[in-house]
Design a protein around this ligand. Structure first.
Ligand SMILES: Cc1cc2nc3c(=O)[nH]c(=O)nc-3n(C[C@H](O)[C@H](O)[C@H](O)COP(=O)(O)OP(=O)(O)OC[C@H]3O[C@@H](n4cnc5c(N)ncnc54)[C@H](O)[C@@H]3O)c2cc1C
Length: 466
């Protein structure tokens, strides 16, 4: 089947079929307008329906693009004419929750917020959290190996998933719904599906390890004079609170000041100006005394310059908005380029300083907005220019930013995945041996290349830019 062929009329109908442009326009395409490039979308509600769709597509060599909540940020859910979008949001049953063993079994289309809502009354939490929680699906989070703000203590999706159910490209059902941590039964095939971005099969069910919910959460925002000082402060909080340090996010001044301005927050919440800022959530037991003591020690040790505590839920939410409403950077400076990298923590200061200098060598007027998850060294960069979109600079900036990352043991792709956005970077920066193995696995599991073709790995017959 070529990209201009119409979708055949004998395609099985599972409720949503041959959506018109108007039907699609009425739905939320998510963060990438290209998600609705295809003219056919199906919305299965069971494993059997997914299997029938895949068998049909395997027989007719029809390319499939699986979509969850369409919140992915790497172009992995983009679709085109001649492709079939399989929307997983219709498969949204929470199959089982075992509060005693802290395990949940869910359909892939269940959203993170839906699961969190169901388990909160049981004193449990998913143990992974991100700003797209209302829309992103568990299947999409598995497919992108999502990380988020709690990854530094609970791990990324790879560490949260105990079992997976999926339909492979020939229609075979892989039912590996284990509920245990230890299962040495040969190759760990579920780990291949985790982070595969829809290129090896459609994930239909997931077994997740849950965590005990935390109690009284306090949010504190501090300004610091450098990333190194922020790291020292993070370590002090971590030593004092251990597992009760729930999240820790870093923002450089330009990011902080711009989101504050866009939110209408005056004078940066009254904080002394810093080079960097850190938001931390800690679980306090009886009173705030211990937290206040640690803050006093950090002030005395010159780690922080100033701090504000969220006195109630509303104030805490306002603090978090400054970090989570990252799209405000794009509102203020449209047409910028986004990057998502990991840096060994000891290199934070030097790497951000040096990479900013390399970016300014491309154009001194470029603005560099940096924030991220300090606990695991994952930084998100937005590079933009006042009144001038800069998509043409993506490749140059990527090279400037990624240079030296391999040598220090970092990664050019921390948590958003490869999709189409970072294919070229994967080819340039990944180990050649690993790339060859990835290509071999893809060819063995999906010989017709029908599962999300051209995502992660360039389709061998095309020369599309990645
Ligand atoms: C505001 C915002 C904040 C974010 N914050 C974070 C963050 O802190 N940490 C982080 O890791 N990510 C973050 N993300 C991106 C993150 O990747 C997604 O939010 C989420 O993991 C994707 O889930 P989804 O259901 O929306 O998947 P989609 O966007 O629909 O799909 C993403 C990819 O997964 C594939 N896919 C989806 N469902 C399935 C399935 N059932 N089977 C096989 N393949 C499938 C798609 O083909 C595509 O390649 C953020 C995104 C937004 C918009």
């Amino acid at each position: 089947m070529t990209s201009s062929d119409p979708i055949p009329s004998d395609m099985p109908d599972f409720g949503i079929k041959h959506l018109t442009a108007e039907d699609l326009a009425a739905r939320d395409p998510g963060w990438d307008a290209a998600n609705f490039g295809a003219d056919t979308a199906l919305c299965p509600s069971s494993l059997d329906e997914v299997k029938t769709i895949v068998e049909y597509c395997a027989k007719t060599a029809t390319p499939i693009v699986t979509q969850g909540g369409r919140t992915g940020l790497a172009g992995g859910a983009a679709s085109g004419i001649g492709q079939v979008v399989v929307m997983m949001q219709g498969m949204n049953t929470i199959r089982e929750i075992d509060a005693r063993t802290q395990v949940a079994v869910v359909d892939a289309g269940v959203t993170l917020a839906q699961l969190e809502y169901a388990i909160t009354p049981l004193g449990l939490t998913v143990g992974i959290d991100l700003a797209a929680r209302g829309s992103c699906t568990i299947g999409g989070m598995v497919a992108t190996n999502a990380g988020g703000v709690e990854a530094f203590r609970n791990g990324v999706m790879r560490q949260r998933v105990l079992g997976v159910e999926a339909v492979l490209p020939d229609g075979t059902v892989l039912s590996d719904l284990k509920k245990v941590i230890k299962a040495n039964e040969g190759y760990d095939v579920k780990q291949l599906l985790i982070g595969s971005e829809g290129t090896l099969g459609i994930i239909t069910g997931v077994v997740l390890k849950l965590e005990k919910a935390t109690g009284n959460r306090k949010t504190v925002l501090a300004s610091t004079k450098s990333a190194g000082a922020t790291l020292a402060y993070f370590n002090r909080l971590s030593d004092a609170f251990g597992g009760r340090l729930l999240s820790a996010e870093i923002m450089w001044h330009d990011y902080f000041a711009t989101t504050c301005k866009e939110l209408g927050i005056k004078r940066g919440l009254g904080l002394t100006k810093g080079e960097t800022y850190m938001i931390a959530d800690v679980e306090v037991l009886q009173s705030d005394d211990k937290l206040l003591n640690v803050l006093a020690q950090s002030l005395e040790a010159d780690e922080i310059l100033d701090a504000v505590l969220g006195k109630n839920e509303k104030e805490s939410q306002q603090i978090w908005q400054v970090r989570e409403d990252s799209f405000l950077i794009d509102t203020a400076f449209p047409g910028g380029c986004w990057f998502d990298i990991s840096i060994p923590l000891g290199q934070l200061d030097v790497f951000v300083r040096d990479s900013t200098a390399r970016i300014h060598a491309i154009d001194p007027d470029l603005r560099v907005f940096v924030m991220g998850h300090i606990g695991d060294g994952n930084l998100h960069y937005t590079i933009a220019k006042e009144d001038a979109p800069i998509p043409h600079l993506y490749g140059d900036i990527a090279t400037a930013l990624y240079t030296g990352l391999n040598a220090i043991g970092g990664s050019f792709s921390a948590e958003h995945g490869i999709g189409t956005e970072k294919r070229a970077s994967l080819e340039k920066f990944a180990d050649p041996g690993k790339l060859a193995l990835m290509r071999g696995l893809k060819a063995a599991i999906d010989p017709q290349n029908i599962m999300n073709p051209g995502k992660v790995l360039r389709a061998q017959s095309t020369d599309a830019k990645g």
